[in-house]
Write a protein that binds this ligand. Structure first.
Ligand SMILES: [Zn+2]
Length: 189
């Protein structure tokens, strides 16, 4: 059975994840479970916090996305099929100096049906380890970059509603409050 995805405002979504240190069979299993949960929910990214684990770990899979973006993984440009779904442990993001900020409507599997525009820098470089502990350097832009920034925020307890400007945040406020209430009621059951 796929793992349950936690909804706002379960406290784990606000916790900063611990660094991944053990790249063992248990981690490989967790990654496989996260990928299954992400695919089942139709998402392009999922953070450990979203399945109740406070870890610096997320998975992404943009193979089904028709968005236009570019990437360079370890100085090469392998096809997405070769490295996705991709597990990202202990990411360190550097924003490319001088890159544009872009505005794009985001959603989040922990916020069903809630969407809103979020501004983020376009091009980033991310250093991370995969589920086997192998270090990588990935440069990317567009939706790929946005997805990683959204997931990396989760690992630090930051949510996309925190990144919305005041006006956008106000448009989703009722839905966010209703979701928090529903989550609380569910927890009491
Ligand atoms: Zn999210």
């Amino acid at each position: 059975m796929p793992l349950r995805i936690v909804h706002y405002n379960e406290p784990v979504l606000r916790t900063k994840g611990e660094k991944v240190n053990a790249f063992d069979a248990a981690l490989a299993q967790l990654v496989a479970d996260m990928v299954a949960a992400m695919h089942q929910a139709g998402g392009i990214g999922l953070a450990a916090q979203q399945i109740g684990y406070s870890l610096q770990l997320c998975v992404v899979d943009l193979r089904e996305s028709d968005a236009d973006f570019s990437w360079e993984l370890d100085n090469a440009r392998p096809p997405l099929d070769l490295f996705m779904p991709l597990a990202i442990a202990n990411p360190q993001i550097t924003v490319t100096p001088g890159t544009d900020e872009t505005l794009f409507e985001e959603g989040c599997l922990s916020f069903p049906k809630i969407r809103g525009d979020v501004a983020r820098p376009d091009t980033i470089t991310v250093k991370f380890k995969d589920e086997r502990g192998v270090p990588h350097i990935l440069k990317c832009d567009g939706l790929f970059s946005r997805c990683i920034q959204h997931e990396a925020d989760h690992l630090n307890g930051v949510l996309f509603i925190d990144r919305m400007d005041k006006k956008t945040r106000a448009t989703v406020d009722d839905a966010v409050k209703a979701l928090a209430k529903a989550t609380k009621a569910e927890a009491k059951k």
